[in-house]
Design a protein around this ligand. Sequence first.
Ligand code: SAM
Length: 325
Amino acid sequence: MKDNYSREINYLRLSITDRCNLACFYCQPRRDWQKLPASEIMQYEELLQAARAAITVGIRKIRVTGGEPLVRRGVVDFVRALHRLPGLEKVCLTTNGVLLADMARDLYAAGLRHLNLSLDTLNPERFRTITGRDHFAQVLAGLWRALELGFHPVKVNCVVLKDINDDELLDFARLARDLPLQVRFIEFMPTISEERWARHFLPMSEVRRRLAVLGEMQTLGRRPTSGPAHLVRPAGFQGELGFINPVSQHHCSTCNRLRLTASGRLRPCLFSQREIDLKGPLRQGASLADLARLFEQAVKAKPSLPEPRISTEALSSCPMVGIGG
Ligand code: SAM
């Protein structure tokens, strides 16, 4: 359905857990942030009912995210069940890849094809510095496995962090030269600490300037799967590069998404603290039509623009690990 600003809202990001097997310094919440008790996390049947209601108001694409979605037991069956929902055209999953090598075959058999893999460095030691864990080899094995099995599109999401990984831009680009995948560079958002953000933020204009050495790049038009990324294909590349700049140039005018947090709250806009409780009504016996009305409310509550300044306060009130990115 259309929101108040004539945007067609057809994409729902579903966070199925706030747990993660990595502890990325820029994503991990403050120390005093409490993980949700298991009883507060939406059960799979509740998530499916929410998805059914979302479909009735025009949601056509669902992305399963987290936390890390692959740490939640039963995720493969859940992905299979999503694929069976009438009216849903696309199911995607975003993962850090740690468990992917072992689960990729089952996920593929469950119908999944669209995979986003988050990876910010190609250097194992640096991986440990960023994520706090020693799982680089597993992530890479997961990526190879996904390509081998024929997942498509495979998108590698790299958050660009000045003085941490910005010397690897060309290495990441070369992944897309040699492999049929999309490497997407993403601006660092001020979620956890404003001070850290100021230290490590690199605008996408600078990323593009540094990648200009790759030579001529064909600009690719917006495709249904391109999301907010500006896509290009440098000459001789098998894959593509994407640039996502939520900070330096927001994508509000083309925003088509809603988010459902792991705790069952609908979030109309990533950059606003406004949330609508879905889990409470669901647990009190709300009908499909009641739930659909909550989705409609969320669509109508989408602001036209982000709040004047993307504030750490707004974002850290429910960190990415809970919202799902
Ligand atoms: N665990 C899954 C993963 O790693 O893809 C899904 C959840 S994770 C929160 C989703 C995405 O949000 C990841 O690509 C992560 O890099 C990104 N993210 C988290 N905090 C961010 C920030 N401050 N700025 C930009 N991207 C961020």
